[in-house]
Design a binder for this molecule. Structure first.
Ligand SMILES: [Zn+2]
Length: 230
């Protein structure tokens, strides 16, 4: 399986017969690395976890004419007039079979959903903006709600054998930046975990790798970096 880190929370995952593109964000074209033509016969699934501009780039809609491209869009994502791409619209806590892959959703504690995807015998988790958003200085009640919403959703994944996970590690949360990753690894685990949503702070990867359970954390060094996993 090949994984390409594109930008921010955007990744392309290539399995034997499929390509899964998550939360493609080019920042106005600056990081427009993904070309659906580059994958030959493989079917391409374009996932958008929610409508925020750092997760949803309307450039993806330009590929609707490509018969190999399908879309999996959270229900809060608005397309454009005339858009006719083959699309599955998803809400939290659903389960779907679509185009030869299996998709389950979690409820994000920000907007939209997180995705659990099974394709070609591999299991992939992409969190979207489901994160342990503990902000220092927020009222305790807020942070207690965040704890509850994050742990409740991640607990739903218990027992899943996840090959690759994409989980936020946002240094704006200061010393709590690693809570989402740590809880995910303790509760569910993954053979490989890619940090994301780190606003170009690539050093967060080394910071996580130095923690006690950091051996499954992947080190991302730059945009458009390619990884071979399993
Ligand atoms: Zn975001």
């Amino acid at each position: 399986m090949n994984v390409t880190y594109l930008h921010h929370s955007g990744f392309a995952v290539e399995t034997q017969t499929k390509v899964l593109l998550f939360d493609y964000y080019t920042e106005g074209g600056r990081y427009a690395f993904f070309d659906p033509q580059a994958y030959g016969e493989k079917d391409i699934f374009v996932f958008v976890s929610h409508f925020h501009e750092d997760h949803y780039d309307r450039r993806i809609l330009d590929w609707a004419d490509n018969p190999r491209v399908r879309y999996v869009l959270s229900a809060d994502v608005r397309t454009v007039a005339g858009f006719a791409g083959e699309t599955l619209v998803v809400k939290p806590h659903e389960s779907h079979d679509f185009g030869g892959i299996h998709i389950e959703t979690l409820r994000s504690n920000d907007e939209g959903v997180a995705f659990l995807v099974k394709a070609d015998g591999k299991t992939i988790y992409h969190a979207g903006d489901l994160n342990w958003w503990h902000w220092n200085g927020e009222p305790d009640a807020f942070n207690a709600d965040i704890r509850q919403s994050y742990t409740t959703e991640i607990n739903r994944l218990k027992g899943q054998e996840i090959d690759v996970a994409f989980v936020p590690a946002d240094l704006r949360l200061e010393d709590k930046y690693d809570w989402a990753v740590a809880y995910f690894m303790q509760t569910v685990g993954a053979k490989a975990l890619f940090p994301m949503h780190f606003w170009k702070r690539f050093d967060v990867c080394d910071m996580l790798r130095e923690k006690a359970d950091g051996s499954h954390i992947m080190k991302i060094s730059q945009e458009n970096e390619k990884f071979k996993v399993f």
